[in-house]
Design a protein around this ligand. Structure first.
Ligand code: HPA
Length: 272
């Protein structure tokens, strides 16, 4: 594992100018890839070319690691992610987080497209994650623990960093962008939930549901990174409206939120 991380790091760094070492990482969820258009002095590397990375198979996920600058800050952006439901192990799904940590990232912004379980949030809403419930039935830390990467039993009581989350909230207020907050329930997918599952999640205290994020956030916490989570609501949870859920709808709604999300991310990153 350590060797694999070093190989990926070496490959990536061979494509970057000397001393280019971003402290801020961003993961872009389904349909949210336009954020990279806001970056200056971009350098893109395809996942397919990086040792240990996998190309994505899902429409709306570009599959590129993009380096660039925003407001004088350097960032590394994952334009799309891979998911466990594509058949990948959680080690593969979360490998890019390990590599971001190795190249110096300390702050990670994790975004996703999500269904709303809470009647207060609708397609088009941005919701900051205050916590999550892992219902994927898995944990990416199962197996031998490498203490070089983090502790055997990492604390998850502040999985989403309160300080940086507050900064995000404050920035949203300044920009007059409505930003909710809620608990994200992570599921394995790829089928959407049944109405009964959505009702169960609401009883459990979840506000949002999606097929990513939780395992990435566990690894980021294990690695000691500060995490902020933002969900872009693309649909109401199954059974909450008469609509059927489709990936096309998720992509279409995510596409509309890109500009608002990009603005919020950049203005927050500028303050770090
Ligand atoms: N359920 C699970 N994942 C999702 C949803 C949903 O309703 N919308 C976007 N990703």
């Amino acid at each position: 594992m350590l060797q694999k991380i070093t190989q990926a790091k070496t490959y990536i760094e061979s494509h970057l100018p000397q001393g280019f070492s971003p402290k801020i990482g961003v993961i872009l969820g389904s349909g949210l890839g336009h954020y990279v258009d806001l970056l200056k002095n971009k350098i893109s590397i395809s996942y397919a070319d990086i040792p240990g990375f996998y190309a994505t198979t899902i429409e709306g996920h570009e599959g590129k690691l993009v380096f660039g600058e925003v407001d004088g800050k350097t960032v590394v952006v994952m334009q799309g992610r891979i998911h466990a439901y594509e058949g990948h192990s959680l080690e593969e799904v979360t490998f890019p987080i390990r590599v971001m940590k190795a190249i110096g990232v300390t702050h990670l912004f994790v975004t996703n497209a999500a269904g709303s379980i809470n009647e207060a949030y609708h397609p088009g809403s941005l919701v900051m994650l205050k916590d999550h419930i892992n219902l994927t039935g898995r944990n990416p830390l199962v197996g031998k623990n490498l203490k070089e990467l983090g502790p055997r039993f990492p604390d998850m009581s502040h999985a989403y960093c309160p300080d940086v989350s507050n900064l995000l909230k404050q920035t949203a207020q300044e920009l007059k962008i409505e930003l909710g907050h809620g608990v994200y329930c992570g599921v394995l997918g790829p089928s959407y939930e049944t109405p009964a599952e959505i009702r169960m999640m609401r009883i459990l205290g979840a506000d949002l549901v999606g097929m990513s994020t939780v395992n990435e956030v566990i690894i980021a916490n294990h690695a000691g990174m500060k995490v902020v989570g933002i969900s872009c609501i693309t649909n109401m949870g199954a059974g909450m409206t008469r609509a059927k859920l489709t990936h096309e709808e998720v992509k279409r709604e995510a596409d509309k939120i890109n500009e608002k999300l990009g603005n919020l991310l950049n203005k927050t990153i500028a303050k770090l």
